[in-house]
Design a protein around this ligand. Structure first.
Ligand code: HSE
Length: 436
């Protein structure tokens, strides 16, 4: 049979890694796909730049539009990233009848509904395994491996850069900015690293996971997003003393009232496996009603781990090139006509436990006032930790862990606590999940 001809848009970390893996494992990949896969063309912004891959036999261009309109190309692999021009290129590739493989989480989270509709109209595939958690085959796992389950919730460490920063803060007490620079140097961080540390990148990935887990449209705009910039070394230390680690989690949970979709720093019990996922590694914990909890761990970024997912998608597309489009695995796991509009809950309506850190005057009755306010809002206290007065300070750090409460109720209590004359400044709060 003739080789399948593919064109790659972008020869950076992911595109270059993809060329390397396709070359190195060509025989194994052909045995799996049933056909040889040939990278015929690739686009790169700067034709003179040195690259991580060997481009012998690949026609290079600095115009990606040439590739999406090349009649010989059957599969376009988009590894440029970002919204523009990736969205336009993918839409043009589909309009020209090409299947698409993309590693672009932002593109799928923001424009996936439109892209999948265009693909369906033409009976084309859009594969996006590499968009979430790099090399962990999490899309395939949820979409196919867990297809018998009603997914109850999932929680993931899905941004390697933030996890690397939190791990270094916890292990070595390192400075935030210094660790971020290292993540950038290692090629883990996004072009704009605020996307990593402010939780936006994790929210892109959570949007995709939630859609395929619950059969809902992609709704990035409804994700509650809070990054890790407010986490201090002291919080990491106090959490540890109470038996918890702080992780940036993406959480999607089905509740009777709707779906919780949130990204925020979270205290999780140190004994949980996922609490011990360190450095740039990613992990996704999924609770299915039949299977129970399953944990999926691996490299969430980097050239070859991401290429592993891109190549798996290329193989998937090649295997099903001749199959009837109606019989392929649906893009969002559920049949398009069965996608459901379950409401996404606002953050005030979510229910979780909390870590609260207050600065309190050191005199009798102060804690009694705080606990009275919490009790009036039906908030039970799980643990209290009172630290010594830091040198040169006038107030004591007091840490409280609450039991589960709605965010609305917690906010009301925190407002009252902050109004007490014996409490200085804002009450710091970090959500806590037991993941049991
Ligand atoms: N910047 C991302 C991360 C890369 O740190 O996880 C992988 O999507």
């Amino acid at each position: 049979m003739n080789p399948v001809k593919i064109g790659i848009l972008g020869l950076g970390t992911v595109g270059g890694g993809t060329v390397n893996v396709l070359r190195r494992n060509a025989d194994e990949i052909t045995r799996r796909a049933g056909r040889e896969i040939q990278v015929c063309r690739a686009s790169t912004r700067d034709l003179t730049r040195s690259r991580i891959c060997d481009t012998t036999g690949i026609a290079l261009t600095d115009d990606p539009y040439e590739i999406v309109s090349d009649p010989d190309i059957q599969i376009v692999v988009e590894t440029i990233g970002g919204e523009t021009p990736a969205r336009d290129l993918v839409m043009k590739a589909l309009a020209n009848g090409k299947h698409v493989v993309t590693a672009n989480k932002m593109l799928i989270a923001l424009h996936g509904n439109e892209i999948f509709a265009a693909a369906r109209e033409r009976g084309l595939m859009v594969a996006f395994e590499a968009a979430v958690a790099g090399g962990i085959p999490i899309i395939k796992t949820i979409r196919e491996g867990l297809a018998g389950n009603k997914v109850e919730w999932l929680a993931g460490i899905i941004n390697g850069t933030s996890n690397f920063i939190l791990t270094e803060m916890w292990e070595k007490g390192r400075d935030f900015a210094d660790v971020l620079q290292e993540a950038q140097r290692l090629g883990y961080a996004e072009a704009d690293p605020t996307f990593d540390i402010e939780g936006v990148d994790a929210a892109h990935k959570l949007t995709i996971l939630a859609s395929i887990a619950f059969g809902i449209p992609l709704q990035f705009g409804k994700v509650y997003i809070e990054g890790i910039t407010g986490i201090t070394a002291a919080d990491v230390k106090y959490a540890e003393a109470l038996g918890y680690r702080i992780k940036l989690l993406g959480i999607a949970r089905r509740t009777p009232k709707g779906i919780e979709l949130r990204v925020h720093p979270t205290l999780i019990p140190a004994r949980r496996l996922i609490a011990n996922v360190n450095g740039v590694m990613n992990a996704v914990l999924i609770k299915g009603d039949a299977v129970g909890p399953t944990l999926h761990y691996g490299a969430g970024a980097g050239a070859e781990p991401t290429a592993s997912a891109v190549v798996a998608d290329i193989v998937d597309v090649v295997r099903t090139l001749t199959s009837d489009p109606e019989n392929r695995v649906p893009h969002l796991a559920f049949q398009p006509a069965a996608i459901s509009e379950i409401p996404i809950l606002p953050i005030e309506a979510i229910e979780t436990a909390y870590y609260l850190r207050l600065s309190a005057e050191d005199k009798p009755g102060v804690l009694a006032d705080v606990t009275r306010i919490l009790a009036a809002h039906h908030i039970s206290i799980e643990a209290v930790l009172q630290k010594e007065m830091p040198e040169g300070e006038s107030h004591l750090p007091v840490i409280m862990l609450t039991q589960k409460v709605t965010e609305r109720e917690l906010n009301a209590a925190v407002r009252e606590i902050e109004a007490l004359p014996t409490i200085k400044g804002a009450v710091k709060r970090i959500r806590l999940e037991t993941l049991g």
